[in-house]
Structures are given as structure tokens and as C-alpha cells.
Design a protein around this ligand. Structure first.
Ligand SMILES: C[S@@+](CC[C@H](N)C(=O)[O-])C[C@H]1O[C@@H](n2cnc3c(N)ncnc32)[C@H](O)[C@@H]1O
Length: 350
């Protein structure tokens, strides 16, 4: 009883160090509800095929699981690399000075994104730090620095997204007034503090779910929720930080767009006619593992349809319902409105 208490306290302390974001679809608010059901399953390894903010993976890491993450967004991948795969590497004071003070002639952001999201001096800061990250001598340090820089941009940005330009929605909150440089420095410390070793070998991947060739005792699927009423395009929301993470390498900016976004990555989960097949093939691919799927009540496939797909591959299928009001996403204006009350489903197939 006493040992158990100590273990719970240690775990809560570690999880509190997770650097969260308002990432669309993040399971931050319902993580304990998910754990309530998932802890019933016996598993040592955990595959998070759509890791997003990494909150579920980080939670599982604190529970001593061997975690394998994946997401097609680089921002998600670098965070996985920084705090899931990484067990001990941190950014030291010397590294931080190198990032902040090494002069750079880079001016891509300053020129391309002038007057769109950040002031000139902030764009120059981003150009300099992003270029200097390449001077770091270690991939984990690079991943921490990229994660800290992209999170700094999201925190300073009204609503944390890049679907509009200028300062609409600027509510004057502290995070918006704080300089990008201070955001970055604070985030480096936050990511450093979140690094820990759970004595397993965790791993980060950056693949399309269809191509990922990994397995685990428990496979968790939390794909974008398809609904005809809202779009689930992660690139549209986060293109600026995604581009920053990749230094826009291999990405083609659509010059005619006001936001200067690049072309969205293709996901079968973003269209009605491909979402069904995508579920079928993903579930078939992982049929030898226990499968847990998060999905919401206002999305397609419906609860019945997804249950039936899962039953084609699994004998024992249960659906749990978690009450959840979205605080963020396309339906932001409807906060507090009962029609925005959707249920979050957790399907478990054994
Ligand atoms: C609902 S979010 C996951 C949220 C995550 N569980 C969390 O708690 O933050 C869905 C994620 O799937 C990723 N994604 C969408 N289509 C994908 C695909 N075909 N392959 C890999 N990742 C994909 C998106 O980038 C996004 O991060």
C-alpha cells in the first residue's frame, strides 16, 4: 500500500513536467479517463501510431512502458525524439549561448513571412536560431531545440495556430506579450526538465501510418476525426511551425495563399471515401496486437460502423464512452454550447 502510494506520487510528478500544447485533438484533458480503461490491459510495449502532441506516449513512458511513437508531422516527431526516445541528453548553457548568440546571415523567414505572424526582429530571431540549431553536435539536442522553438511560436501566437495572419484574436494575454526569445529560453528549460529514463528503449518515427512497420503489445490509434462539418487538416493549422521544424526543406510554399502555407500532406483519414478503407487496413495490419482506438461521436465512421470493422479482426470488442467538451478546434465559437458536447469513444479490440 505504502509502496504503491510512493509510486503514484513519483509518476504524477514526472507527468506534470510534460510540455503540453493546445494541439488539435490532444488527449491532455482525458488522459486519466483513457488510462482508467487501458490499465486493465496487460502490456509492456505501446505503439502510438498518431502521436500528435505526444501526451499519451509521455504518459505511457512515465508508466514504465516501452513506447514507440509515430506521426507524419515533423513537429510531433521532434517532440517524441526529444522527450520520449531521449533518456538523458539535455541542452546545456553553452549550447543555449551558441543558439542565441552565433550570428547568422539566414533571412528566409524574415523575407518570406514578413508582416504575417511575427515582427521583423522576431522573424530574424527565428532565422538565426533555426540556422544555429544545425551547429549542435547531437540529434537529441537538435530535437529539444526544434521543439522549444516551435512551441515558443505556438505559445506566442493567438490561438496557437497559423490559419490567419496578423493579430486577430489577440486577447493581450501574457504569453502573447512575452518575447519570442524568452518563450524559447523557457521552453528549452521545460523540455530539458521533461527528459527522463524509464529504463526501456523508446523510439520515435516520422512515417505515414500506412507505411509504418512497427508493432507492440498495445497499439493505440488516434487518427484525425473525419467529419463533413469541420476540417481536420493539421498542416493548414500548423504549417508555419512544421515548415520551421523542417527548414521548409522539400516543402513547396503555395505563394498565392495569404498565409504562405505549403501543400497539405495527404492523409486517408481526411476524406470520407478513404477513411473507411484506411481503418480497415490499419486494423488488419495490427490485428495481432491489442488495439485501442480513440474516436469521437460526431465523426465518420460512426460508433456502430467502427465497431463492425474492428469485429472483423477481433473477437472481443468493447466501446467505452468518455464525456468530453472540445475546448479547441473548428468549433471554438461554440464553447459552452451544449451542441458542442461530443462523446469521445475508446474502442478496445482484443
Ligand atoms: C487526433 S491527432 C492525435 C492526437 C494525440 N493522440 C494527442 O493526444 O495529442 C491525429 C494525428 O495524426 C497525424 N496524422 C494524420 N494522418 C496521418 C497519417 N496518415 N500518418 C501518420 N500520422 C498522421 C496528425 O499529424 C495528428 O498529429
Amino acid at each position: 500500500m505504502i509502496d504503491n502510494q510512493i509510486e503514484i506520487e513519483e509518476f504524477i510528478d514526472q507527468f506534470e513536467l510534460f510540455p503540453g500544447t493546445r494541439y488539435m485533438g490532444s488527449k491532455n484533458k482525458i488522459i486519466l479517463d483513457l488510462w482508467h480503461y487501458l490499465q486493465e490491459i496487460e502490456f509492456d510495449s505501446f505503439l502510438d501510431v498518431f502521436a500528435g502532441s505526444n501526451v499519451v506516449s509521455y504518459f505511457m513512458k512515465t508508466k514504465g512502458k516501452q513506447v514507440i511513437t509515430n506521426d507524419f508531422m515533423a513537429i510531433s516527431y521532434f517532440t517524441s525524439k526529444a522527450i520520449i526516445e531521449n533518456t538523458s541528453t539535455k541542452i546545456g548553457e553553452k549550447d543555449l549561448l551558441l543558439l542565441l548568440q552565433t550570428p547568422s546571415s539566414e533571412s528566409f523567414i524574415y523575407e518570406t513571412y514578413k508582416d504575417l505572424y511575427f515582427a521583423d526582429n522576431e522573424n530574424q530571431f527565428l532565422d538565426r536560431v533555426r540556422a544555429n540549431i544545425e551547429l549542435l553536435d547531437n540529434d537529441f539536442k537538435k530535437a529539444i531545440a526544434i521543439s522549444a522553438l516551435t512551441r515558443a511560436c505556438m505559445k506566442k501566437r493567438p490561438r496557437g495556430i497559423f490559419t490567419f495572419i496578423g493579430h486577430r484574436y489577440d486577447d493581450g494575454r501574457k504569453d502573447i506579450r512575452k518575447s519570442l526569445e524568452n518563450h524559447f529560453i523557457d521552453n528549452v528549460h521545460e523540455f530539458n526538465n521533461a527528459v527522463f529514463d524509464n529504463e526501456t528503449t523508446c523510439e520515435a518515427n516520422n512515417e505515414l501510418s500506412q507505411k509504418l512497420d512497427k508493432t507492440a503489445d498495445l497499439v493505440y490509434l488516434d487518427p484525425p476525426y473525419y467529419s463533413p462539418k469541420s476540417d481536420n487538416d493539421y498542416v493548414r493549422r500548423y504549417h508555419f511551425v512544421e515548415g520551421l521544424a523542417k527548414r521548409w526543406e522539400g516543402l513547396e510554399i503555395q505563394e498565392h495563399t495569404i498565409t504562405k502555407k505549403f501543400k497539405s500532406y495527404q492523409s486517408p483519414f481526411s476524406k470520407r471515401n478513404t477513411a473507411f478503407d484506411a481503418f480497415h487496413s490499419l486494423i488488419e495490419k495490427h490485428k495481432d496486437s491489442v488495439i485501442a482506438i480513440s474516436y469521437s461521436s460526431n465523426s465518420i465512421p460512426t460508433k456502430e460502423e467502427l465497431t463492425n470493422i474492428l469485429k472483423e479482426y477481433k473477437n472481443d470488442v468493447i466501446v467505452h464512452e468518455i464525456d468530453h467538451t472540445y475546448s479547441f478546434g473548428n468549433q471554438n465559437h461554440k464553447i459552452g454550447n451544449k451542441s458542442n458536447r461530443v462523446k469521445e469513444y475508446l474502442f478496445i479490440g482484443k
